[in-house]
Structures are given as structure tokens and as C-alpha cells.
Design a protein around this ligand. Structure first.
Ligand code: DOR
Ligand code: ZN
Length: 418
């Protein structure tokens, strides 16, 4: 073996003391004992598959004052994320093959973890041309930061048919533009009133109505009614830590402005319990960094979006340590399910899978401190909250992060076009 990692690894649905043998970046054996050229002895520390975050906005090209592929992927890696899927609302928007290829060249140079790129859906762009090189398709049914809107029936039907024909996941920002109001906003509750749960429900119903066989994935589910609507479909769904932990009564002001909005306590609790019970397929950070200056503006001028790629998994690990979340739910929702849905040989400690791993020392419980995070945006809505950051992170068998420092090379690669 090139590398052997010994510890208490998540294998066959439980933690087991074993050795993970790695050859050419892939897991080649999982056994009680193994020899290798390089051996990491982690005793009884926990080893989990690296997380896959299926929804981030790394802002490059176009908005690199907020984030870029170097800072965003370093933040991800420090939070145990070894693969991210980047959203198309950059500048230029990722809605043509040229733009997709331009973004891939930038990411190849700068990313320290693996990545997939979403192709954005417009009412009429050439999705067939992009599909071979994109991890999935992304459609916005409601307007948001720099979004590319599709809200007419014809455009939605076309996207469903193309997703089915091309065999690609269609991830959808499911807020129906026509169910929103545009009243002046001064607070998080005004923002939530303008974008009610009914708009989420209506968007989900419109996606379900044509009964297509496309693999539809509902991004950032945010309400009790939305959860009920999606339950009646065969769609997969993501939840974010901000919809699990925060609601419109918080005093975050513009810092908490996000789409879909932070809602009532009841809505938050519905998302929280659905997630804890394993009823939500994937954790997605929807990492959407904006600078402090941008977020400190008067409420109506503040752009929507909150960061989270570095803190999501560590906050969930803290919940596991406190006994509030099952490790099995965490592994499924942070790693396995995204890999399965998007068809990647990642997200599991099993032979033949990429050796993307994180090592956790349960003694490392800490409080989130923004000065120790790596996003360019410089703020986080979870300051002071409990978190358990990985002590080491491996990408395809190479140690990348140790104690929140990069010790490896920037070798991130596109999961679709190597
Ligand atoms: O709040 C949001 N911010 N929602 C989105 O859909 C986009 C995102 C962003 O890019 O800032
Ligand atoms: Zn998003």
C-alpha cells in the first residue's frame, strides 16, 4: 500500500478499529492490519469519509472580493469537506460551455479539494452541450443573488425533459417568483413575509406536476409546508445549517438575510427534526459569502446569503458528540447520499472509493471563532457555537489539512472531467 491510515473508521455502518490501505488515491483494502510505505497511527481517533457539499457559491469568476476557489476550498477542507459542487451564478454565469470551461480552468489551478461545476439553466440555453462536463443542472425558480431565473411553465418543462434526457440531476432553488411580494423590507421577518412558505410549496408542486422521470433535487428546504410538499414527490432534498439552527426572530439583521429566508420557529424546528431523523437526503451549506461591508448595509440593500462551508460539518459533529444526532445520519447526509445521487465513487470508506477522509479527535470540541476561519468574507452567523473540527483531512490519500493548516498541495480536480 502507498498509505495506511489506522484508527476507528466508519466501515459497514459502524465505527470499527481498522487499517485503511490506499493505493493510487483509492481505498484498496480495509483490514485489521496492513503494511504501507507511509502509515498514520491514529489509535482510537475517528475516521470518516470526507464530506461532499453539493451546494456552494465560490464566487469565481466575477466576485472574487467575496471568495475565490483558493479561499473557498481551503475553508471547505478545514471543515472536513473534500468535494464541493459550485453554483452557476458567477460572472459570467455558468450557462454556456465556454463559461463552464473557463471556470474549470480557474478551479483546477486554485482548488485544494475536488469539485463539480453546475451548469445553470436558462429558459433556452444549450444544456446538452454542457451536460457532459457538468456535475448537474441548477435552476432558479425564484430570484436571488445574481440568479438566472426560469419561472414560465415552458422553461420548467424543458429543464425537466433535458435533465431526464441527459441523465443529470436537476437541483432547484424552489421558490416560486410569482408567489412572492416585493413590499419594503426592514427586517428578517419582512423578508420572510415577502417570500412565504407557500412559494416553496408552489414551486415544488409545479416541478412535480409534469410527472417527469428527471432526478429533481430540492435545494435548501426551509419550511414545514415545503417538507410536506416534497414528501409527496420522489424528489431528493437538501437542508442547510442556517435553516436548521436559525429563524427570523434572531437579531442577525442583514447578516441573516438569505433566500429562502429564515422563517418561523416552527419551520426551523420542522427542518431540524426532519434532518435529525435522517429524513433529509443531504446537508448543503449553500455557502454564499458576501463581505461584511455588503452585509452591514441598510436591510433592503443587503445581498442575500450566508457563509457555512467550513462550519456545517463541525457543528453537526458537535451535535453527534452531545448525543443529539446519530453518526449514521451524519455520514449519510454529509457524504454518502450526495455521492450516490451524483454518481461519484466517493463518500464511503470502502474498497474502490476515493480515499477522501477526515480524522476527528473527540477531545477537540471548541467554540467557533471567526478569526480562525478561512473564507474571505470574514464573518459567520455562528460565532461562539460548539464545533468539532477535523484534526486531519486527506484528499485521495494525500494529507491535505493538519490542525487547520494546509500541509498538502493544491490538487483539487473536477469530478466529471479529470
Ligand atoms: O441567499 C442566497 N444567496 N440564496 C441564493 O439562492 C443565492 C445565494 C448567493 O449566491 O448569494
Ligand atoms: Zn445557493
Amino acid at each position: 500500500m502507498d498509505v495506511v491510515i489506522e484508527g476507528r473508521a466508519w466501515f459497514n455502518g459502524r465505527l470499527e478499529q481498522c487499517c485503511i490501505g490506499i493505493k493510487d488515491g483509492k481505498i484498496a483494502a480495509v483490514k485489521r492490519t496492513l503494511n504501507g510505505e507511509k502509515v498514520y497511527h491514529y489509535q482510537d481517533k475517528i475516521i470518516l469519509p470526507g464530506a461532499i457539499d453539493p451546494h456552494v457559491h465560490l464566487r469565481e469568476p466575477g466576485f472574487t472580493h467575496k471568495e475565490d476557489f483558493a479561499t473557498g476550498t481551503l475553508a471547505a477542507a478545514c471543515g472536513g469537506v473534500t468535494c464541493v459542487f459550485d453554483m452557476p451564478n458567477t460572472q459570467p454565469a455558468t450557462i454556456t460551455l465556454d463559461a463552464l470551461r473557463e471556470k474549470r480552468e480557474i478551479a483546477r489551478r486554485k482548488a485544494c479539494i475536488d469539485f463539480g461545476l453546475f451548469a445553470g439553466v436558462t429558459p433556452d440555453n444549450d444544456l446538452g452541450a454542457m451536460a457532459k462536463e457538468a456535475v448537474g443542472l441548477k435552476m432558479f425558480m425564484g430570484s436571488s443573488t445574481q440568479s438566472i431565473l426560469v419561472y414560465e411553465d415552458a422553461g420548467i418543462l424543458r429543464a425537466l425533459k433535458e435533465a431526464e434526457r441527459l441523465g443529470k440531476v436537476l437541483s432547484v432553488h424552489a421558490e416560486d417568483e410569482r408567489m412572492m411580494t416585493k413590499a419594503p423590507e426592514h427586517s428578517l421577518s419582512d423578508h420572510a413575509t415577502n417570500r412565504p412558505p407557500k412559494s416553496e410549496v408552489r414551486a415544488i408542486e409545479r416541478l412535480a406536476a409534469p410527472q417527469s422521470k428527471a432526478k429533481v433535487n430540492i435545494c435548501h428546504i426551509s419550511s414545514a409546508e415545503g417538507l410536506e410538499a416534497v414528501r409527496k414527490t420522489g424528489f431528493t432534498k437538501e437542508a442547510t445549517m442556517h435553516h436548521i439552527l436559525l429563524d427570523a426572530s434572531s437579531d442577525l439583521k442583514g447578516m441573516g438575510k438569505v433566500n429562502p429566508p429564515l422563517r418561523s420557529r416552527e419551520d426551523r424546528e420542522a427542518v431540524y427534526y426532519a434532518f435529525m431523523q435522517g429524513k433529509i437526503d443531504m446537508l448543503a451549506s449553500d455557502h454564499a459569502p458576501h463581505t461584511m461591508d455588503e452585509k452591514g448595509q441598510e436591510f433592503s440593500a443587503t445581498p442575500s446569503g450566508v457563509p457555512g462551508v467550513e462550519t456545517s460539518v463541525p457543528m453537526l459533529l458537535a451535535l453527534v458528540k452531545k448525543g443529539k444526532l446519530d453518526m449514521s445520519v451524519l455520514v449519510r447526509c454529509c457524504s454518502q447520499n450526495a455521492a450516490d445521487l451524483f454518481g461519484l465513487k466517493k463518500g464511503r470508506i470502502a474498497v474502490g472509493y476515493d480515499a477522501d477522509l477526515m480524522m476527528i479527535d473527540p477531545a477537540d470540541m471548541t467554540k467557533i471563532n471567526v478569526d480562525e476561519l478561512h473564507s474571505k468574507c470574514g464573518w459567520i452567523p455562528y460565532e461562539g457555537q460548539d464545533a468539532l473540527f477535523p484534526a486531519a483531512v486527506f484528499l485521495r490519500g494525500e494529507e491535505l489539512i493538519r490542525d487547520a493548516h494546509m500541509v498538502g498541495e493544491r490538487q483539487g480536480r473536477d469530478v466529471i472531467v479529470h
